[in-house]
Write a protein that binds this ligand. Structure first.
Ligand code: HEM
Length: 506
C-alpha cells in the first residue's frame, strides 16, 4: 500500500535529489525564536500551497514552483515530474536538535516525549562511548556539534548549480537576514557516485515499503524491503508496532494542525512522518589510504625489494582496498567476484553470505559492508537460525543513508570526506547499534583486535583486520586512521504539518 500522506514527508528521506547535485549544509543557531519561527512558517506555507495545487490544479503548480525561490521538497507524487524538468529553485530539508526545538519554544511537555537518545544528543558522555567518539575522536576535538559549538538547526540546501549556493546569494534567496538564525558553519558538498577513497557509494539501501521508489529488480537472495516505520514515525515498524513518537497533550491551535495519535483521544502526534537523523562529518585521508593499500599490497606480494611490475602491484592494491570495503571500486560485491573485479555486477545488491561464504573466504567478515549489514551471515541452522531468521534479525538494525561528498568542487580545499546522514526512527536500535555492535566491535564473530577499516579509529589503537582466505587467513595492520570525525549531531526532521505547528507556536 502506498504511503498515505506523501505531502507531509520531507522528500530527502525518500528520494536523494539527484537532479540537484550541489549542496550546502547550513548549521545554525537560533538567535531570535519568534523571527526564526516566522522564517520556518513562510517556507512551510509556500510548500503547503504547492502541495494543495498539486492536488487541485497542476498548471498552477508549475507556475508556483517556477516562482518560489526555495521550497521544502515533499514526496507528493505530483512533484516527481520536477526530477525530469529543467531544475528550478532550491529545495531544502529542515531538521532540529533537541536544543534547537527548545530554543524555538516547543513546550517542555512535547520535548519530554522524544526518545532519550535524541534528548541527550550524540555527545552525551555515554553515547560518545557507544559510538567510539573517544580519545582523538572525542567531541571536544570536533569542529562543530560539541558543547563548545552546539547546533540548533540544519538547513540542507539542494541546488542545480554552484552559483546558487554562493553564500551572499544564497542568504538573499533564503531571506536569512533578520530571520533570527545565525549560520555558524557551511559545508559545501556534492552528489558523487564515488566516495573520496574512490569506491562506488550509496548502492545498498533499504527499500521502504509503500514509498514507490524501487526501480530495482526484485531480490532473490535476501529481503531488502522494510516497513515504513523503520524510517518514518507514525507508521508500523519491523516489530509491527508504531515507533515511539513525540506528542502534544493539548490540541494545537493554528495552521499546523497535528493529527491525533492513533487510538489516543488526547494526544496529538508531533512526530508523524518525521524521522531522526544521525549526521556525521567524516574527513578522509585519501593519500594515507593510498599509501596503506600500496604498502599492504607489497606485503601481500612479498615484494620487499620493490621488484613487482606496476600492473601486478596495482592489481594487488585494488584487492586490498576491495577487501577493506567488501566491494571493488566499481561497486561489484566481493561476494560475487572475490578475486577480480567484474564490472557487470557493479550495481548489484542481490547477494547474501550464509550459503557460500560463511567463513568469509570471498568477502572478509570484517569488511565495511559486511559489518554494516551482515545480511544472513549469522545463520546457525543447528540452533534454528535459518538464513531467513538471521536476515529478519539484521533487518531490525538498518539505516537509510543520504550522504554527499565534500568539498563542493573536487580539490577545492585541502580536506575531503563525506557528510553522512543516516535516517532511522530508533537511533539506539538502528544507527547506534550498527556503529557500536557491528562496526567497531573488536570481537565481532571472534575477530581479534579488529574494527571497521572505514570508520574513525582512536589514535594509537592497534587497528588490524583479518582477511579470511580458503587456505590461510592473513592480517592487515595499522588500519583505521584514515577517517576522522569533524562534527556530528542527532537531528529530528519533522513532517510538514509538524513544521507548520512549530512555526505557529506563540
Ligand atoms: C568515511 C566514512 C565511510 C565511507 C568511506 C564509507 C563507504 C562505503 C562504501 C564504499 C559502501 C559500499 C557501497 C554501498 O553499498 O553503498 C558503504 C556501504 C555501507 N556503509 Fe559506509 N562508509 C563510511 C561510513 C559509514 C558509517 C559511519 C556507517 C554507519 C555506521 C556506514 C554504513 C554503511 C552501510 C549500512 C552500508 C551498506 C551495507 C550493505 O547494505 O551492504 N558507513 N559504505
Amino acid at each position: 500500500m502506498p504511503l498515505p500522506e506523501p505531502h507531509d514527508i520531507q522528500r530527502l528521506i525518500l528520494r536523494g535529489y539527484r537532479e540537484r547535485p550541489v549542496t550546502s549544509y547550513l548549521l545554525m543557531r537560533v538567535t531570535d525564536a519568534a523571527a526564526a519561527r516566522t522564517w520556518i512558517g513562510r517556507l512551510a506555507e509556500a510548500t503547503a500551497e504547492a502541495n494543495r495545487l498539486a492536488d487541485e490544479d497542476a498548471r498552477q503548480l508549475d507556475a508556483h514552483l517556477a516562482r518560489a525561490p526555495a521550497l521544502i521538497g515533499t514526496a507528493h507524487p505530483a512533484w516527481r515530474r520536477e526530477d525530469n524538468d529543467r531544475v528550478r529553485g532550491l529545495r531544502l530539508m529542515l531538521a532540529f536538535t533537541h536544543r534547537g526545538l527548545e530554543r524555538l519554544g516547543l513546550p517542555a511537555q512535547v520535548l519530554e516525549t522524544f526518545i532519550p537518545e535524541f534528548r541527550q544528543g550524540m555527545t552525551a558522555p555515554h553515547r560518545s562511548r557507544v559510538l567510539g567518539d573517544v580519545g582523538s575522536e572525542a567531541p571536544e576535538n570536533w569542529r562543530w556539534g560539541s558543547d563548545d559549538s552546539p547546533v540548533d538547526m540544519l538547513c540542507a540546501v539542494f541546488a542545480g548549480s554552484h552559483g546558487e549556493l554562493e553564500s551572499t546569494r544564497l542568504d538573499a534567496t533564503l531571506g536569512l537576514r533578520g530571520a533570527g538564525l545565525e549560520v555558524f558553519e557551511r559545508i559545501g558538498a556534492r552528489l558523487s557516485f564515488t566516495e573520496p577513497f574512490g569506491f562506488a557509494d550509496g548502492l545498498s539501501q533499504p527499500r521502504i515499503e509503500g514509498a514507490g521508489t524501487a526501480r530495482v529488480a526484485p531480490m532473490t537472495r535476501w529481503d531488502n524491503s522494510l516497513p515504513a516505520g523503520e524510517f518514518l514515525l507514525g507508521h508500523r515498524n519491523a516489530y509491527e508496532q508504531l515507533p515511539v513518537s513525540p506528542y502534544a497533550l493539548q490540541e494545537p491551535p493554528g495552521p499546523g494542525v497535528l493529527p491525533r495519535v492513533p487510538g489516543q483521544r488526547d494526544r496529538w502526534d508531533f512526530g508523524r512522518n518525521g524521522s531522526f537523523i544521525a549526521m556525521r562529518q567524516l574527513s578522509q585521508d585519501v593519500e594515507g589510504f593510498r599509501r596503506f593499500t600500496e604498502g599492504q599490497a607489497r606485503r601481500d606480494l612479498g615484494d620487499r625489494a620493490g621488484g613487482a611490475s606496476e600492473q601486478t602491484l596495482r592489481d594487488a592494491e585494488e584487492r586490498v582496498g576491495a577487501r577493506m570495503v567488501g566491494r571493488w571500486r566499481s561497486g561489484t560485491p566481493l561476494e560475487l567476484a572475490p578475486e577480480w573485479d567484474d564490472p557487470t555486477h557493479r550495481t548489484e545488491n542481490d547477494f547474501a553470505y550464509a550459503k557460500e561464504d560463511r567463513e568469509g573466504a570471498r568477502c572478509p567478515i570484517g569488511a565495511h559492508v559486511r559489518r554494516s549489514n551482515p545480511r544472513d551471515s549469522r545463520t546457525d541452522e543447528a540452533i534454528g537460525v535459518t538464513p531467513e531468521v538471521a536476515m529478519e534479525r539484521v533487518n531490525h538494525h538498518r539505516i537509510l543513508r543520504r550522504s554527499r561528498v565534500y568539498p563542493a568542487k573536487p580539490g577545492e580545499d585541502g580536506e575531503t570526506g563525506i557528510v553522512f546522514l543516516a535516517y532511522n526512527t530508533n537511533l539506539e536500535r538502528q544507527f547506534e547499534f550498527v556503529q557500536q555492535s557491528w562496526s567497531p566491535n573488536a570481537h565481532v564473530d571472534a575477530l581479534p583486535d579488529a574494527r571497521d577499516p572505514m570508520l574513525p579509529g582512536a589514535e594509537g589503537a592497534d587497528n588490524t583486520m583479518t582477511v579470511q582466505r580458503q587456505t590461510l587467513a592473513t592480517r592487515m595492520r595499522g588500519l583505521s586512521e584514515f577517517v576522522k570525525m569533524r562534527g556530528g549531531a542527532y537531528f529530528f526532521m519533522p513532517g510538514l504539518r509538524a513544521l507548520a505547528h512549530l512555526a505557529g507556536i506563540s
